[in-house]
Design a binder for this molecule. Structure first.
Ligand code: NZQ
Ligand code: ZN
Length: 388
């Protein structure tokens, strides 16, 4: 286990009872000027928009609607201007990972004189800036953005999709599982794939004897495997939505990755897919994960894949390679059972003309040839895209 420090100040308010009773006071402690950031139509369709506005009472609310999935830098620029023009005291983000990611970067951009894309490509600049407090109401279980420091922002004109870390995670996150009852099936599947991928990225790691990390991840994986199919079939099953929501937060609030060594692999590969084709992040991960696993299974990684088979997929036997291969099949079949698209042609990507550029960017951006669990060269990355 490597040395680490851990600090996370996000105040979590989990369950049905918090928003109506606490939202106003939580926001008011920071001031009276609120920037309300949200996405497309879902907020108004579900009635949450009216409910939230009703709770804000005498606060001065400036709105930034229209944050798209794979949030775009143009929205951040708009938010930066609104935050400055209206002397915003606190940002209220209501939505999924895209909305919260955007809110966190706007929170830094409010204190920045230049163009906010600088803060995306040079995250170190954000560490020297103040950051507005971000309060969020999460409506989709997936990214963990509600309790981490990260954001992923796209500039479709280049096209690039880049991760950036701020100095602060959200100040307060309201996690009410009932707000995810309306998440469509496909998005529920994508969210579950994302959670599972976050866990895989931190599990397949060469740090020795990091059993705290491994055991927590195995428990969270089993949780997602159990409850995601139930949420897909019964969207209003509270236990399924609650377990997915808290698993999503726990999978990427930093705790389970402590003491690990390697950089992530599948996410850099996926970010190139969403940068080029604007596909849903979790669907891209569902497609790539089993193909990456096949690539990554070798004599050295076999014992960990066999552990994954035993501890997560309840596979028994003495032949580690057989177990490992089973675990990959089980992973593929579980993802497919959520009705996720499982190939690149399924999401309309039918030619390989961009694969070389994407592979180059993913390997360089993620240091995949030097720091991945199983090193990935550009040729390997092209092959993983082709196999997908
Ligand atoms: O835009 P609206 O109309 O609100 O609809 C959204 C959106 O179309 C809809 N939705 C959200 N909550 C809903 C709902 N529909 C009905 N009922 C609800 N309660 O779902 C669609 C997708 O929303 P989005 O926020 O894009 O999904 P997600 O939470 O999966 O976020 C994906 C983004 O997060 C980034 C991804 O790359 C992608 O850009 N990531 C952020 C991370 C982080 N901050 O740590 C890590 C992740 O690995 C990931 O890269
Ligand atoms: Zn992800």
């Amino acid at each position: 286990m490597l040395d680490f420090t851990f600090h996370n100040q996000t105040d979590i308010r989990f369950g049905r009872g918090h928003i109506d009773n606490e939202l106003y006071d939580v926001l008011h402690q920071y001031g009276t000027n609120v920037l309300l950031v949200y996405g497309g139509h879902s907020l108004k369709q579900t009635g949450l928009y009216d409910r939230v506005l009703g709770l804000l009472k005498d606060l001065n609310v400036t709105e930034l609607p229209g944050i798209e999935p794979n949030p775009k830098i143009s929205s951040i620029r708009e938010g930066q201007k609104l935050a400055k023009d209206h002397q915003i005291d606190v940002i209220l983000a209501v939505g999924g990972g895209s909305v919260i990611d955007a809110a966190k970067v706007i929170a830094s951009a409010a204190y920045y004189k230049g163009d906010p894309w600088d803060l995306v490509i040079s995250p170190a600049k954000r560490q020297d800036l103040a950051q507005l407090p971000v309060v969020d109401i999460l409506t989709l279980a997936a990214t963990g953005s509600e309790m981490n420091f990260g954001s992923v922002i796209s500039d479709p004109t280049i096209p690039q999709k880049k991760g950036t870390q701020g100095p602060n995670s959200p100040a307060v996150s309201f996690l009410d599982p009932t707000l995810t009852y309306t998440v469509p099936t496909r998005q529920t599947a994508a969210g579950a794939s994302d959670i599972f991928s976050h866990l895989c990225e931190q599990y397949f790691d060469t740090a020795e004897n990091n059993d705290v990390s491994k055991s927590m991840i195995e428990g969270l994986m089993r949780t997602v495997i159990k409850w995601a199919p139930i949420a897909v079939k019964e969207p209003e099953n509270y236990d399924a939505r609650a377990n997915l929501m808290w698993a999503a937060t726990m999978a990427l609030n930093g705790i389970v990755g402590l003491g690990t060594v390697n950089h992530w692999t599948v996410h850099p590969l996926e970010h190139e897919l969403s940068a080029q084709y604007d596909i849903t992040h979790g669907i891209g991960l569902a497609i790539l994960t089993p193909r990456w696993m096949k690539f990554a299974l070798n004599e050295e990684s076999k014992p960990l894949f066999a552990r994954f088979a035993r501890a997560v997929w309840d596979q028994y036997g003495y032949d580690d390679m057989e177990l490992a291969e089973n675990s990959i099949r089980r992973t593929h079949d579980w993802l497919k059972s959520l009705n996720s698209e499982m190939t690149l042609p399924d999401v309309g990507i039918t030619d390989d003309s961009k694969f070389a550029d994407m592979a180059k960017a993913a390997v360089a951006g993620g240091s995949l040839d030097t720091n991945a669990y199983v090193p990935v060269t550009e040729q390997d990355a092209i092959q993983i895209y082709r196999d997908s």
